[in-house]
Design a protein around this ligand. Structure first.
Ligand SMILES: C[S@@+](CC[C@H](N)C(=O)[O-])C[C@H]1O[C@@H](n2cnc3c(N)ncnc32)[C@H](O)[C@@H]1O
Length: 272
């Protein structure tokens, strides 16, 4: 265990990260399926899969629809959870004990590293180092997804952090912030505040870019409701379209908006 790793509870539930899987399959098919050069060996790493590896196995199934040969590695700090998950291992699915210094072999570069619901406790100041540490295992243009969700996955947010292809030394761009809701809790932009990634959660205060973003989103939502779009899915969609027009930094893809996904991609990236 390195000084970055801290013990956390292991709760997870089936289906919790399904919406994230669906987003990645739809918008990152090349990342998931490419097999040129080192990408032929490139793995998906699920860091901190929890008491049971349900979400790892669900993602493996989803991603293998695009790339049947993909190697999937679930990593757990808790040795007993890692051992028990071994019951679900096969030739292309491995479970290993380890922390943010990932237990990968030399010929296992990562195409995608996911760290969901790991950083809820602990100081936000350690987050940049966790990102840097996990980013080191990615191939150039590989993706690190780090964020939080509620227990069932009804509300989810995640950083999309991309390894810069041009830099020899691994470094990440904070490319976008992904929001998703299945509307089972209704919808208002502030629904997401308590589920923001660890480094942003306490930053929704005046003067911070994330605060300005939520203020714009709330204003767009009020406008949408005033225009008669009160049902949560409709209010979400209409607010997103207004927010996109106001900021120029929100995607307006129909699949995203009808599915409860909002992608915020500001020009300079998500400020740290
Ligand atoms: C709340 S569970 C999350 C499970 C799953 N990722 C999900 O989103 O439902 C967090 C798990 O991460 C593990 N964990 C915490 N820090 C870790 C680290 N540095 N490296 C690997 N696993 C870690 C904990 O042992 C725990 O089992």
């Amino acid at each position: 265990m390195s000084s970055l790793d801290t013990k956390t509870r292991g709760r997870t539930s089936r289906g919790r990260l399904r919406a994230l899987d669906a987003y990645l399959c739809r918008f990152e098919p090349e990342l998931l399926s490419r097999r040129d050069g080192p990408w032929a060996r490139a793995v998906f790493v699920d860091v901190g899969f929890g008491e049971h590896p349900w979400t790892t196995l669900e993602s493996a199934e989803a991603f293998r629809a695009l790339q049947p040969e993909m190697t999937v590695i679930g990593v757990e700090l808790d040795a007993e959870r890692a051992r028990a998950a071994g019951a679900h291992a096969d030739a292309r699915t491995h479970f290993r004990q380890g922390g943010f210094e990932l237990p990968l072999l030399e010929d296992e570069p990562a195409r995608l590293v996911r760290a969901m619901n790991l950083l809820r406790q602990g100081p936000p100041e350690r987050v940049p180092e966790v990102h840097r540490t996990l980013g080191r295992y990615l191939l150039p243009s590989g993706l690190l997804v780090e964020g939080s969700s509620d227990a069932t996955g009804a509300i989810l947010t995640a950083h999309l952090l991309r390894r810069r292809p041009e830099d020899a030394e691994p470094s990440l761009t904070r490319e976008a912030l992904l929001f998703h809701t299945d509307f089972s809790h209704g919808f208002a932009p502030l629904l997401f505040r308590d589920w923001l990634p660890r480094d942003l959660r306490r930053r929704v205060r005046p003067g911070e870019p994330i605060h300005a973003f939520f203020s714009e989103w709330a204003a767009a939502w009020e406008e949408a409701r005033a225009a008669g779009h009160t049902a949560p899915p409709e209010a979400f969609r209409e607010a997103a379209l207004r927010l996109a027009a106001r900021t120029g930094a929100v995607e307006t893809d129909a699949w995203l908006l009808s599915g409860g996904y909002l992608v915020w991609r500001p020009g300079g990236g998500i400020s740290p």
